[in-house]
Design a protein around this ligand. Structure first.
Ligand code: SF4
Ligand code: SF4
Length: 227
């Protein structure tokens, strides 16, 4: 029937309108911005950089490998690698980004940068109230604006953050076990070398003591006395 869909839509609207006076769930609108619907955990907007601890610069997980920069479809990430290195969470010396910018006016929220990052260093944020009158500077986010703590990540994506923390804890435990095994092997090697040196010294001393291999003592020449 012509207009059937329109009638059904109007009936649904009317049901929700009158029903909202008796059923809270039918109230689909809120008084934004005073009231807000909680965002679903999987919602995403633009990327941010994760750091551990309380110091954004020192704890930044990014090692400036530039994979995300190469894979970003609209090429809105710009990274410059540091000249020096700093230890990462397992104590390995790594580069860090001297410059890390994202032009969010170009970003299409595809999340490819997150998928390709091997270091769990970049994640998607949920912030959406980002309007600015500064089209260029206001939407070109630097490392300072992009850096957010792991606690923030745990708050906005708890399930994903818990999985990520578990994985990193395992990696840390493996790295520590590896380092401990290497230290034990090194200590055993050093002990073996010391023991070897001791045995050589002892055999050298023994050799000179029992005469074997030692130079024979010189016999004084017989003196002939003429009467
Ligand atoms: S979300 Fe997509 S477009 Fe945005 S920075 Fe990441 S890869 Fe680039
Ligand atoms: S965010 Fe990840 S993929 Fe991008 S440069 Fe940093 S470590 Fe590499």
């Amino acid at each position: 029937m012509l207009g059937e869909g329109i009638i059904q839509g109007l009936l649904e609207t009317a049901r929700n309108f009158f029903g909202s006076y008796v059923e809270k769930d039918r109230l689909v609108t809120v008084q934004y911005p005073e009231q807000r619907h909680p965002l679903p955990e999987a919602s995403r907007n633009f990327p941010f950089l994760l750091y551990d601890g309380s110091e954004p610069e020192a704890g930044l997980r990014c090692v400036a490998c530039q994979i995300c920069e190469k894979e970003c479809p609209p090429r809105c990430i710009h990274i410059e690698k540091s000249k020096d290195k700093k230890p990462d969470f397992v104590g390995k010396q790594q580069f860090y980004p001297a410059v890390f910018n994202i032009d969010v006016s170009v970003c299409m929220s595809c999340q490819i940068c997150v998928e390709v990052c091997p270091f769990d260093a970049i994640r998607m944020d949920k912030v959406f109230e980002l309007s600015t009158s500064n089209r260029f500077g206001g939407l070109l986010w630097t490392k300072r604006e992009l850096a957010k703590s792991n606690e923030y990540y745990q708050k906005i994506h708890p399930t994903e953050a818990a999985e990520c923390d578990d994985r990193r804890e395992k990696e840390l435990a493996e790295a520590q076990a590896k380092a401990a095994a290497a230290a034990t092997a090194k200590a055993a090697q050093a002990a073996a070398a010391t023991a070897g040196a001791g045995t050589s010294a002892a055999s050298a001393n023994g050799a000179s003591g029992n005469g074997a291999g030692a130079k024979p003592a010189e016999v004084p020449a017989k003196t002939t006395v003429t009467p």
